[in-house]
Design a binder for this molecule. Structure first.
Ligand code: DGL
Length: 222
């Protein structure tokens, strides 16, 4: 079976690396839509059109299952025509589920792109699983740019450190015990965020890779 993975850019690569670390021999095609990046500043209408094209492209390359390795793109999954929904694996609900399981106090922070924050997709998904939970969402588009420029936990700049400090101060006093990296690009800063906020961090790139694996296994059993 051939699988496809896509994102606007490097966030998808983080998911691909995690997927390959577990299932190295699966035939995989990867697409980064660098021409239309970033996705985080697009409207819902633009995102729907882009995600349809991305899925169509991977289907035409023979992918049977497609991971939407992008939280922003996954927010429009419920509004896609059935053909595209049937072929693809979105990541909002599995990430929300991991956070709901991780949080003891039901106090969860989410950092994401502007489009994901505006959609309210994580808030809805968490509250469905955990009614009464406290959810605080912050948009951090700067981390997308930094990841695209090659910065990461291993290669921090002064500016990258100041962005992490700013996130820390935005969550000060909110008493969260779990933070969702609600954008796969943020995976490159997981350790820095864990250190700065001192909470459990849920990595959407990792959860996405595991969700694709679970999907493949489910299909094999059928
Ligand atoms: N990696 C994408 C996500 O998970 C978004 C990055 C972008 O703004 O293009 O939301």
């Amino acid at each position: 079976m051939r699988v496809g993975i896509f994102d606007s850019g490097k966030g998808g690569l983080a998911a691909l690396m995690r997927f390959k670390a577990i299932l190295p021999s699966v035939d995989t095609v990867f697409f980064a839509d660098e021409e239309n990046a970033p996705y985080g500043n697009k409207t819902e209408r633009e995102l729907k059109a882009l995600v349809r094209c991305d899925i169509e492209r991977l289907l035409s390359l023979g992918a049977e299952r497609i991971l939407i390795a992008c939280c922003t793109a996954s927010t429009v999954y419920p509004f896609l025509p059935e053909k595209y929904r049937r072929a693809s694996v979105p990541i909002i609900d599995p990430v929300a589920r991991a956070a709901a399981l991780s949080s003891r106090a039901g106090r969860i922070g989410v950092i994401s792109t502007e489009a994901t924050k505006r959609s309210g997709a994580f808030d809805r998904s968490i509250l469905r699983l955990c009614p009464g939970a406290f959810v605080r969402s912050e948009a951090v588009p700067e981390l997308v740019t930094l990841a695209e420029r090659g910065f990461s936990d291993e290669n921090m700049s002064e500016y990258a450190s100041s962005v992490i400090k700013d996130i820390q101060s935005r969550f000060r006093g909110s008493d969260i015990d779990t933070l969702i990296l609600g954008c796969t690009h943020f995976s490159y800063f997981k350790r820095s965020l864990e250190g700065a906020l001192g909470v459990r961090v849920i990595d959407s790139a990792e959860i996405g890779a595991k969700e694709l694996i679970a999907d493949i296994v489910r299909r094999k059993r059928k």
